[in-house]
Write a protein that binds this ligand. Structure first.
Ligand SMILES: NC(=O)c1ccc[n+]([C@@H]2O[C@H](COP(=O)([O-])OP(=O)(O)OC[C@H]3O[C@@H](n4cnc5c(N)ncnc54)[C@H](OP(=O)(O)O)[C@@H]3O)[C@@H](O)[C@H]2O)c1
Length: 343
């Protein structure tokens, strides 16, 4: 018997990817609903061979489903997730609204699967930020072996991380730049076509952005609060796929060969690391793929017990939709999804 599933935010970048992935994996779906805002009522989205017509979130009876995969804004989730969770289904949320709530597990199945066991406190499980998700999959097995002291990350984040408006802006600016001159920025603070922007999110008082703070806060919650992590988040003119240059310092010795072996044997990771033109991953090649890819594994000779990595993943998949579906699969495997008779 399958589950009754609602995808909220089904017209968005992440929502559409959730529908694709639900169709690709073995998660048992009995009935599926595509939910979006009122303006999208009747808009058609694909679920395998089926065409689903979007329903209005305001009119939908959430007590008739078992699992809600949610990918709308944080403010929307703050208002809606508790109401939906109270109506019965488990909410797996992609926004930043609940990630640091002590009563809401923040889960990457390869990293902290056991945390799903206490999801019933609020019937909400949070997905991490897309850049954190791919980072922690690579950090966790190395931390288990040699205890991470400090991590320095620079991100190269694609425009799809800013939703479908972000992708439209890169496409339009790129098209127009040689003809009409670049169209003025709307979604991003500066021109993104043929440029990079060292700013994502909002500035905090300490000069970091909230996007950067999410990466250390979420790493602390999922792996270990003792890990010191500093980061610069950068938006780049790539449609899909986030990349990260990661420098790690360990308490215990760990060289590049052992790190490569550990990463090769770890869940959710593929190591592509040869010293030739095909021996490293780019975001273009990661688009549409499930795993997190690790390349350019090198000893860092400037510190004791240091390593450098290049980490790439599809931000709409492992960074968002895939991770959410994997959480649903984990809940299913552990018998933690409530199944009720259809209302
Ligand atoms: N993109 C990523 O890499 C990524 C990664 C991790 C987490 N996230 C998070 O996931 C969430 C969605 O991101 P996205 O990239 O998919 O955004 P998006 O492409 O802009 O899509 C937003 C979705 O939310 C729906 N929506 C907006 N207001 C609504 C309302 N009042 N009621 C019901 N539905 C409403 C939209 O429906 P309409 O079409 O009807 O407006 C659309 O389906 C965000 O919180 C984002 O931070 C994104």
């Amino acid at each position: 018997m399958g589950y009754r599933v609602a995808v909220v935010g089904a017209t968005g970048n992440v929502g559409r990817e959730m529908l694709n992935i639900l169709e690709e994996v073995d998660f048992p779906v009995e009935k599926i609903h595509a939910i979006a805002s009122r303006k999208s009522i009747g808009v058609e989205v694909s679920f395998g061979d089926q065409i689903l017509k979007c329903e209005d979130v305001e009119q939908f009876d959430f007590s008739t489903v078992d699992v809600v995969l949610m990918s709308v804004s944080g403010s929307f989730s703050k208002e809606w997730s508790p109401k939906i969770g109270a109506a019965g289904p488990i909410v797996i949320d992609n926004s930043s609204a609940w990630r640091m709530d002590p009563d809401v597990p923040l889960v990457v199945p390869e990293v902290n699967p056991d945390d799903v066991e206490w999801a019933n406190r609020k019937n909400i499980i949070a997905n991490p930020n897309c850049s954190t998700a791919q980072l922690v999959v690579a950090l966790k097995p190395l931390h288990d072996r040699a205890r991470i002291k400090r991590v320095v990350v620079s991100t190269y984040q694609s425009v799809s991380g800013a939703g479908k408006e972000g992708m439209d802006e890169l496409f339009d600016q790129t098209k127009n730049v040689f003809v009409l001159g670049a169209t003025p920025p709307k979604k991003f603070p500066k021109q993104i076509a043929f440029n990079v922007i060292p700013f994502i999110g909002a500035f905090q008082d300490d000069g970091y952005t909230d996007e950067e703070a999410k990466m250390w806060n979420e790493t602390h919650k999922m792996i270990d609060p003792a890990i010191k992590l500093t980061v610069t988040c950068v938006r780049v003119p790539v449609m899909v796929g986030h990349s990260e240059a990661v420098n790690i310092e360990f308490h215990e010795p760990l060289d590049e060969d052992e790190a490569r072996d550990i990463l090769r044997d770890s869940p959710g990771l593929i190591v592509i690391d040869k010293r030739d033109d095909k021996g490293y991953m780019t975001p273009k090649e990661a688009q549409g793929e499930f795993p997190v890819f690790v390349s350019r594994i090198r000893n860092d000779p400037t510190v004791e017990n240091g390593l450098n990595l290049w980490v790439v993943a599809d931000n709409l998949r492992k960074g968002a939709a895939l991770n959410a579906v994997q959480i649903a699969e984990l809940l299913h495997a552990r018998g933690l999804i409530r199944q009720k008779a259809l209302a």
